[in-house]
Design a protein around this ligand. Structure first.
Ligand code: ZN
Length: 358
């Protein structure tokens, strides 16, 4: 593991014992003005590994932006052994537009890594970020939320076959982990293959701050810092966790077969039993309906927010639970650990209408 001697771009790096907050140019606007990301480098007085935190690779995913703001405020270089490199907002043009993809050509930065200095604009920005920061990190946490119109349970996506990623995932300590290599061009897939173990943290939905999730993620960061000796004397919070893989039958998107209006029937906790009605879809006349039932005992890890569907639209993402995990989740619910997960339909109704969709 490298120490905090590895080289970052000189214009952003901090001396040992220093916290430096500045901007780093990753592109140019039509007018030739710089496109620059806000960067905090906190270089501990004591040596240790370098961790990179990234947010808003998708421009409308805000929970991670708030996590990073809190993390950089929470610690002082005197506390840290090693170096924290925080990229507050990665896809600046998408963030300015408050949309997922880079404007105009709808390019997805999280399919653009490691990028190319001769590619299209998003590829160039990704390449500058990758070469400037990610390559120099010993590990990386990349914060996301669900895409527009959906919400997701708080979870991590990671390739648990990679032992370094496995350690990072366990230290971050979410209850739910979706295990798999990930898609080509995602930061976690590319960086992990390149020797920087990286996990994706998925938290709630876009266009808002969800304080309970932000607090959990800040605790996750602290637990990771503790695990790698970057915050000596702090405990690591190991999870009770449920894992599923990309390619098996343990998780399933349940889809609408008719077009119409959706009423969610599950909640307030994201646990359903085989045969429970998850939602009812009716046509606009109310003369036709489809009931979607749980095909197995499961945990709802993703769900539609916009209550209008066409045939084929996913309405919920269900994770199959075995008896042991079912018992564990019931105990967690009883302890209140699922309160504030903000995935229950009751909460969405309380929060809607989402101003951005009106
Ligand atoms: Zn995202």
């Amino acid at each position: 593991m490298s120490s905090n001697g590895t080289r970052l771009p000189a214009e952003v790096d901090a001396a040992p014992g220093e916290k430096r907050q500045t901007r780093y140019e990753i592109g140019e606007t039509y007018l030739g003005d710089p496109v620059a990301i806000p960067v905090t480098v906190m270089n501990g007085a004591a040596p240790g590994p370098t961790i990179c935190l990234t947010a808003a690779i998708h421009g409308d995913e805000l929970n991670g932006v708030k996590v990073i703001q809190e993390v950089v405020d929470q610690y002082d270089p005197a506390d840290i052994h090693g170096r924290m490199v925080c990229l507050h907002v990665c896809n600046v043009p998408a963030y300015e537009a408050q949309q997922r993809y880079t404007p105009i050509y709808d390019q997805d930065m999280n399919r653009s890594f490691p990028g190319s200095s001769r590619g299209q604009p998003t590829s160039r920005m990704a390449n500058t970020i990758y070469n400037g920061f990610i390559r120099h990190a010993d590990m990386c946490l990349d914060f996301h939320t669900s895409t527009r119109h959906r919400t997701t349970i708080y979870h991590v996506r990671a390739d648990l076959q990679d032992s370094a990623v496995n350690r990072l995932t366990r230290a971050f300590g979410t209850s739910v982990v979706l295990d798999g290599e990930g898609e080509a061009g995602t930061l976690r897939t590319v960086a992990t293959a390149d020797g920087t173990p990286t996990i994706t943290v998925e938290m709630g939905r876009g266009h808002c701050f969800q304080p309970d999730l932000i607090e959990k993620a800040s605790e996750g960061v602290e637990s990771v810092l503790a695990e790698y000796g970057m915050l000596p004397d702090h405990p690591v919070h190991w999870p009770g966790w449920y894992t599923t893989t990309d390619a098996d039958t343990t998780k399933r998107w349940l889809r609408a077969d008719i077009g119409g209006l959706v009423e969610m029937h599950w909640g307030p906790y994201p646990l359903v039993r085989s045969g429970d009605t998850i939602c009812r879809i009716t046509n606009h006349f109310g003369t036709e309906e489809q009931l979607i039932e749980a095909p197995f005992d499961g945990l709802i890890v993703g769900s539609l927010e916009n209550p209008v569907v066409a045939p084929g639209h996913p309405v919920c993402h269900l994770l199959r639970l075995d008896a042991a995990n079912l018992d564990e989740i019931q105990r967690e619910i009883a302890r209140g650990e699922f309160d504030g997960y903000q995935i229950s339909p009751a909460v969405w109704h309380a929060d809607t209408p989402d101003a951005s969709e009106s």
